[in-house]
Design a protein around this ligand. Structure first.
Ligand code: B12
Ligand code: SF4
Length: 582
């Protein structure tokens, strides 16, 4: 097959590069997100970077390496890369759990294409930018939460042999010395670039490769999409690597920036033309004020989007806003994350959003009187002041919520992990918050990721729970919550049994792994457990299907997809000029 020439090849790594050869019990660290333990979901920013460059005549290709490796035993990155002729290779290290895979993918890329520059980006790359440049296989890091124009500038400068001193946000080696240009590209609008779902169709056709652009394993069965309304955050959660304070250092963003209601609604409508799947709007629209949030709903309604839309709220939303949604949208749902039932724990963690249970319950009862299709309430394990007993009381509190008697109300609990977020207040000053941080550098995190079990992968423990106790609390809480879900009809008996068996199996396996470690076992001993580990690495604390919304018989609008494909093939795609020029 002929080599594929592209200006930028974007690769999304698995969490651990050689996971197919390793026997590691990663634990329930990804149970609350659509991806598997390899965190195969790539950043939304891949789409905006690709779109921005394509609009300026540059060819890009997205390859979800993690997904390809998960779904095809024979997928060989090195062989694949040998067929590519990229001018630059981009790898995301946005989420810290990718630090093993990202650097190994960079190594393979450099081995195959020693003369092609390798660039990293994302929040974790921004935090560790200087350390990353110590790895010879990484040439550049683009810092910040928005990088499209600097990336374009860099590609042009490299092509023309121009100096790189004026490219904002860039960390690079100038005459062998690591140099961080100022982080000055911090856009005050997000409308300079569109996110067009058709781009993925174009890429799938252009490179005859659908699998590489899919967001996560199983997406074709559950085509949930996400539309990000803002960057940054106004809240101050102590555990968050993108809280208001963290952003002021990490991304130089003094306050959140929003997509305009029109741009956001256009994005939803574009998705709705191709798919019937649920569209999630994370990040809480109300951060932009009631006027902004209401305008977004009105714009979505004006476009007649009929997909279920799931909102995320960081604080208790005013019931009038929910009534407005209910009046305007055909089908909707929402999620809240009180993290703990205990006001002391919650207050310590959530700067600014410390609502009390009473306010939340009033809201939940009022919301259940509306047409919303479901409400998910998320709790977390590993917080300041949180003891084992407190976690168990959270489960008692979940029973109290189930007693509302409405099957649309669902509860989840999961451990904070595998890592504390770099740049979060707790990561920066662990002792002040009662934490012990067990890894500081990228390399230390990489070493943690290849430990035999998640008990040894977690990069922290607290004054209130050791790593072993965090694991105990997780399995015990999950087991009790699963039993409650069965008792209150929130989960089918078959599914509840599968979850219970999974938790029991994971517990037993943990004992065997710990015993093997205590006896100084070698790789061969862990190898014997490989089958069990692989089986128990999926959805431990709850079934992943619980996360997904009701499926449609036909999730995709095939005629519209076919038309979009033909429009691309025959060059009929109407130009989508960015709304705001930069
Ligand atoms: C939306 C969101 C999600 C969505 C994912 C959306 C998506 N596909 O991107 C969901 C809910 C699925 C999710 C999951 C997770 N998340 Co999250 N998430 C967020 C949230 C709210 C917004 C982040 C965001 O994407 N902003 C947009 C930005 C910053 O990036 P972007 O536009 O995608 O990309 C731009 C730049 O980052 C950069 N860039 C990114 N990649 C690359 C690559 C190259 C080569 C270059 C040059 C540039 C570049 O340029 C892009 C274009 O401008 C933040 C909190 C916050 N307020 O920021 C947490 C946050 C990013 N998530 C976090 C975490 C830990 C996770 C999970 C690991 C949690 C878990 N254990 O399950 C998973 C990982 C899932 C996976 N990859 O499979 C942490 C990250 C901390 C860290 N540094 O590691 C954050 C900061 C806070 C938190 N604790 O939730 N998340
Ligand atoms: S965890 Fe807290 S600070 Fe971070 S994005 Fe969510 S609400 Fe904002």
């Amino acid at each position: 097959m002929a080599a594929t020439h592209v200006d930028l090849l974007l690769l999304h790594p698995p969490s651990v590069y050689d996971f197919r050869e390793k026997s590691i019990l990663y634990g329930p660290v990804s149970d609350m997100v659509p991806s598997s333990v390899m965190f195969e979901l790539y950043p939304i920013g891949f789409l905006t970077m690709a779109q921005y460059l394509e609009e300026r005549g540059m060819r890009t290709r997205i390859v979800n390496v993690a997904l390809r490796m998960l779904t095809d035993k024979r997928f060989d990155l090195e062989r694949f890369l040998r067929k590519q002729r990229p001018k630059m290779i981009g790898i995301d290290l946005h989420w810290m759990p990718h630090c093993h895979g990202a650097i190994e993918v960079a190594r393979v890329a450099k081995r195959v294409h020693p003369d092609v520059p390798v660039i990293f980006g994302g929040l974790s790359s921004s935090y560790f930018h200087e350390e990353l440049l110590e790895y010879p296989e990484i040439d550049f890091v683009l810092r910040g939460d928005s990088t499209e124009p600097p990336l374009h500038q860099l590609l042009l400068a490299l092509e023309r042999g121009e100096p790189l001193d004026d490219i904002p946000n860039l960390t690079w080696r100038k005459d062998g010395v690591v140099t961080a240009n100022a982080l000055t590209f911090v856009p005050q609008t997000l409308d300079y670039v569109d996110v067009r779902p058709e781009l993925l169709i174009d890429m799938a056709i252009r490179y005859r490769d659908l699998e590489s652009v899919l967001p996560f394993n199983g997406w074709l069965r559950n085509p949930t999409t996400m539309v990000l309304p803002l960057k940054g955050c106004a809240f101050e959660c102590t555990t968050c690597g993108s809280s208001a304070t963290t952003c002021t250092h990490l991304t130089m963003r003094k306050k959140p920036v929003y997509r305009s209601p029109i741009s956001l609604a256009d994005n939803l409508a574009a998705i709705g033309r191709l798919s019937r799947g649920t569209i999630v709007i994370p990040g809480d629209l109300l951060q932009g004020g009631l006027g902004y949030a209401t305008a977004v709903i009105d714009e979505i309604a004006a476009r007649g989007v009929s997909n279920d839309i799931c909102f995320e709220f960081f604080d208790v939303p005013p019931i009038e806003f929910l009534r407005h949604i209910d009046a305007k949208l055909p089908t909707w749902s929402f999620e809240v994350s009180p993290e703990s039932h205990d006001p002391v724990v919650r207050h310590a963690m959530e700067g600014g959003a410390s609502y009390d249970n009473e306010a939340m319950e009033t809201l939940l009862r009022q919301a259940l009187e509306l047409r919303c299709t479901r409400i998910d309430v998320f709790y977390m394990i590993g917080l300041q002041y949180q003891t084992y007993e407190s976690v168990m009381e959270t489960i008692d509190y979940c029973e109290h919520l189930f007693e509302f008697g409405d099957p649309r109300l669902q509860c989840f609990i999961s451990p904070m992990g595998p890592f504390l977020d770099p740049g979060s207040q707790i990561f920066e000053e662990p002792e002040r918050f009662g934490y012990r941080k067990l890894a500081h550098t990228v390399e230390e995190h990489r070493q943690l990721l290849v430990q035999p079990s998640w008990e040894h992968i977690l990069n922290y423990e607290t004054m209130w729970m050791t790593r072993a106790q965090l694991v105990d609390a997780t399995y015990d809480a999950a087991e009790r919550l699963n039993a409650l879900k069965l008792r209150y009809g929130r989960i089918a008996p078959k599914r509840a049994k599968a979850v219970a068996d999974g938790i029991a199996g994971a517990r037993a396996l943990r004992e065997r792994l710990n015993a093997a470690m205590a006896n100084g076992a070698d790789g061969a001993a862990f190898e014997q457990l490989r089958g069990d580990i692989a089986r128990l690495n999926h959805s431990t604390v709850s079934d992943k299907q619980e996360l997904f919304w009701q499926r449609h018989v036909f999730s995709f609008k095939l005629n519209a997809i076919a038309k979009a494909g033909l429009d691309y093939v025959f060059g009929r795609r109407p130009g989508t000029a960015p709304s705001t020029a930069l």
